[in-house]
Ligand binder design. Structure first.
Ligand SMILES: COc1ccc(CN)cc1O
Length: 330
């Protein structure tokens, strides 16, 4: 079996991407952020206080003939940006792009943090990390990918995220029409549940490629690219007027500055992120100061290859044993 669904940017700067997911019988459609950096599938629901719901679609288990309460189970999650949610759990039928799982753990939010309330086009998250990260207790639950595995033609899912445009997620097959050339694969360690792998190095603009192993996680649920300070300072040294602003919490520069490209390596392959992806956003609608799509990972304890990097490639998350990740040009 296979599935294929759209990855739709939720705002004009691609802060996150959402994918239509149907839950229950009859199907209730929610727009979820498919997040390879976590492993909980949680939704705004009829159990979410109305004061915390601002325009989101909700899942109402009572309206689904196939919903079953997972008695005595709860969950609570905190993301890297400080946002979070918690609640209870139902099992129900869930489908993405025609691929159906009969008994998926659907984590119904009883509380969400303000940043989720404010994000009215996002109805929840679908974690696609390794199931070891799932926060449901007393017994942890499987991700949609882990539940779907037995029925997939191939044990893979792919991400084709796009800059200021709708891309796609495919499950169970690698669509030859979505990439050019060959896929460059590299080893993944499941520690501690992320798609953890290394870059073989980087280059700033037309500069020489620096061969240096950079370990990090490919995370579709993180907006920007976070790399070691040494790499980031080398990049912004090439940007007129750039500075690392305490006030704005990262590298900013005059929006009129011309930015170099940024190239990262996957084994022998090279992927170049266009300057436009790194000129991420104005710090406020009328400002002439812009915030960079490449930022330092020093405060995070881990390098994160977020959407700014992933949208420069066609990415294959391979659940084979051992797992691996592949990048191709597109
Ligand atoms: C839109 O808000 C979020 C989206 C995804 C995550 C998980 N990385 C956290 C968020 O606060």
């Amino acid at each position: 079996d296979t599935g294929s669904a759209a990855a739709i940017p939720i705002n004009e700067v691609d802060i996150a991407y959402v994918t239509p997911v149907t839950v229950g019988t009859p199907p209730q459609t929610l727009m979820l952020d498919l997040d390879t950096g976590s492993s909980d599938l949680w939704v705004f629901s009829s159990l979410t206080p109305s004061s915390q719901v601002r325009g989101q679609d909700i899942y109402t288990p009572a309206n689904s003939s196939t919903s079953k309460l997972l008695n005595g189970h709860t969950w609570s999650i905190r993301y890297g940006d400080g946002s979070g949610s918690r609640g209870t759990v139902y099992l129900d039928t869930l489908a993405v792009g025609g691929l159906e799982v009969k008994s998926q753990a659907v984590q119904t939010a009883q509380e969400v943090s303000s940043s989720f309330t404010q994000e009215q086009s996002l109805d929840g998250l679908m974690g696609l990390g390794f199931s070891t990260l799932n926060t449901v207790r007393p017994s942890s639950q499987l991700t949609f990918f882990d539940n779907a595995r037995p029925s997939l033609d191939e044990e893979v899912f792919t991400a084709d995220l796009k800059y200021h445009a709708t891309g796609s997620y495919d499950f169970g097959f690698v669509d030859r029409a979505k990439y050019t050339g060959n896929i460059s694969y590299t080893a993944v360690t499941e520690s501690p549940g992320y798609w953890t792998h290394s870059l073989s190095g980087y280059a700033v603009g037309s500069g020489a490629f620096q061969t240096t192993r950079l370990s990090g996680i490919s995370d579709t649920g993180t907006t920007l690219l976070y790399l070691p300070t040494a790499v980031v300072t080398a990049y912004y040294r090439q940007v007129q007027g750039a500075q690392n602003s305490q006030y704005y919490g990262g590298y900013v520069f005059p929006c009129s500055s011309s930015l170099p490209t940024f190239t990262f390596g996957i084994e022998e392959a090279r992927f170049t992120i266009p300057a436009s992806y790194i000129n991420y956003t104005r710090i406020s609608p009328t400002s002439t100061t812009c915030y960079g799509g490449l930022q330092s990972s020093s405060g995070l304890g881990i390098n994160i290859f977020g959407d700014v990097a992933l949208k420069a490639a066609f990415v294959v998350f391979s659940g084979t044993n051992p797992p691996r990740i592949g990048f191709a040009h597109k």
